[in-house]
Design a protein around this ligand. Structure first.
Ligand code: FAD
Length: 548
């Protein structure tokens, strides 16, 4: 049955005539209407279903059929072939912590008339951090992120005195897709040695922290955190505190849904591409930077089917990380003495302790304690857990008698010329680029710091009453912590640094670096916040150059 609303001066008889229905049918369907000639102005009248005559009843048009342009992926990308048809104002190579941060800042600073492009060697693996995915957990995240399809391990030089585990994650978002979101600033002791002043660094740390939602509240309200923090503060570690993390703990508002708690580089992409158009090519590997005379002219890239394209740009930012950025420079014939040298990382002692319900009966919560580096303490310690309770998607975890707590320390490592990457003399990858070889060892001073970290972890475990079994404390292989840096470090002296303090390769206008390779010295704080702060600063410098 359909409803027809009677017009002025219409009766049941008139409606029957108008809608091509018999009067008897209408009388039967509308018994409440007493007479077929009563005026029914505005009255709803039931009509039988099979009546035609829509054109008389429906006086609003049908919505036009939508014409869709289909997308290949969850983020708009274009082919390198198409990018080769455009001249970019700025072309960014790599989309991890440094590249994505530079992209975000440039998208804020440059007008829509400027073209920005991004070249990424990896694929569009995930639209968010795996910790934001409900089907993920600690074990699955490890299994996924260490998969050799994405995580490439670098070969050690034969004469390497110690095993190393230097590696690189290839994907849109780079390592800033799967990272731990721990975000401390470098200590003033370290910044005092840098070519960028502490005031300037603090200004850019502040910008980075604001956009990444860095805060110390991830463990707020956890009894475990409060009790253990007090134990540390009242003894040897008075400056122990809550671990700063890039976690968005705000509730939903203004249409923004904060299911994206753990910050990741894709958020930088969203902030950029929701403001202005940008071109992104994935599965596209930069192999060389190109020049016309002594002017930057762009980047040579290879698609996954090994076709070569030249993408034009007068300003290029290399953000391919500690290993791949110097590799691109060396493969382009830019082989000044410091490039690839001064490879550093943070040394790491790792331990697993156990708390039990019987000696910790308080309500469980998660734990993220931070003992920062100081002038007299050349390392930091993070104490995290318990077990997979640190981040989890189930609302209720099974009540266990015993839980694992991890102690992770990161130590200052000297920047030494002998620690370096170099192009392999004969081995090349599928794109025809020489493979990398890594030379790395710890100095006597580095080893002293490692011993101090072991002693401090054991002391902290005693203070906290979280025993560590003898076989549960170990030194991580250099690189295993993923805090590699320094191979294109910034500085004022071209004899000992690859870039100037703004990230511009010395004496090559238009060629910049914004990633972990520019960090001048290792410090002891997790490096991503510093990578991002410096990348934002480099983007500001470039934007000012392009505006003037
Ligand atoms: C599991 C894990 C946990 C971590 N946790 C933390 C943490 O909690 N806190 C912290 O501060 N740091 C952490 N880190 C380290 C941090 O992620 C890195 O320091 C940071 O991401 C480095 O930024 P980047 O821009 O130099 O490199 P990346 O983020 O690795 O980005 C480099 C990008 O360049 C792309 N690329 C490489 N070569 C080419 C090429 N030839 N052409 C085009 N693209 C290319 C790569 O695919 C990648 O997307 C963690 C790392 C890992 C792996």
């Amino acid at each position: 049955v359909r409803i027809y609303v009677a017009d002025v001066n219409e009766t049941l008889r008139i409606v029957a005539d108008k809608c091509n229905v018999t009067l008897e049918e209408l009388i039967q369907l509308n018994p409440e209407i007493e007479h077929p000639d009563v005026l029914l102005d505005g009255f709803p009248i039931k009509l039988p279903n099979e009546i035609v005559g829509n054109e008389d009843i429906l006086d609003i048009p049908f919505c036009p059929l939508a014409v869709y342009e289909y997308a290949d992926d969850w983020i708009p990308t274009i082919s390198p072939e198409k990018m080769a048809e455009t001249e970019y104002d700025v072309l960014i190579v790599g989309s991890g912590a440094g590249g994505a941060a530079a992209l975000w800042r440039l998208s804020q600073q440059l007008g829509p008339d400027k073209r920005i492009g991004v070249i990424e060697a990896g694929e569009t693996l995930l639209p968010t951090h795996p910790q934001n995915i409900s089907a993920s957990n600690e074990e699955r995240l490890q299994q996924f992120s260490l998969n050799p399809d994405y995580m490439h391990r670098y070969e050690e030089a034969l004469d390497n005195p110690m095993p190393t585990d230097f590696k690189q994650f290839f994907s849109l978002g780079g390592r800033a897709l799967i990272w731990g979101t721990v975000c401390p600033r470098m200590d003033q002791v370290d910044l005092a040695q840098w070519p960028v002043s502490s005031d300037e660094m603090n200004k850019y740390y502040h910008i980075a922290e604001e956009v990444m939602q860095v805060n110390p509240f991830y463990t707020k309200g956890s009894t475990l955190q409060n009790v253990l923090l007090k134990r540390l503060q009242q003894t040897r570690f008075p400056n122990a505190t809550d671990l700063p993390m890039a976690v968005d703990l705000r509730t939903s508002r203004y249409g923004i849904i904060f299911s994206n708690v753990f910050f990741n580089a894709i958020i930088f992409f969203a902030l950029a591409m929701n403001t202005r158009p940008i071109d992104v090519a994935v599965n596209t590997r930069a192999v060389k930077v190109l020049f016309e005379g002594d002017q930057m002219s762009g980047v040579q890239v290879m698609s996954s089917d090994k076709r070569s394209y030249n993408i034009k740009a007068k300003t290029v930012i290399l953000s391919a990380s500690t290993f791949e950025t110097p590799r691109i420079l060396l493969n382009s014939g830019i082989n000044r003495k410091p490039i690839g040298h001064y490879l550093t990382n943070q040394s790491s002692v790792f331990a697993i302790g156990r708390i039990t319900r019987s000696n910790f009966p308080e309500t469980l919560g998660n734990l993220a304690l931070w003992i920062p580096r100081t002038k007299s303490r050349p390392y930091q310690i993070k104490i995290k857990g318990p077990g997979d309770y640190f981040w989890y998607q189930d609302e209720v975890m099974p009540l266990r008698e015993s839980w694992e707590i991890s102690f992770l320390s990161s130590g200052f490592v000297e920047s030494r010329f002998v620690n370096k990457i170099e192009l392999h003399p004969w081995k090349k990858d599928a794109y025809g680029v020489p493979e990398l070889r890594v030379h790395f060892s710890y100095s006597k001073q580095d080893k002293r710091v490692i011993k101090q970290m072991e002693e401090a972890i054991l002391h902290a475990s005693a203070i906290l009453s979280i025993p560590i079994a003898a076989n549960r404390i170990c030194i991580k292989e250099p690189g295993a912590e993923n805090h590699d840096m320094g191979t294109c470090r910034m500085g004022n002296d071209p004899a000992t640094s690859a870039t100037n303090p703004f990230g511009q390769v010395h004496d090559i206008s238009g060629l910049y670096i914004a990633d972990s390779s520019v960090i001048p010295t290792s410090g002891a704080a997790d490096p991503a916040l510093t990578v991002i702060a410096l990348a934002i600063r480099t983007a500001d410098y470039i934007a000012n150059q392009l505006k003037s």
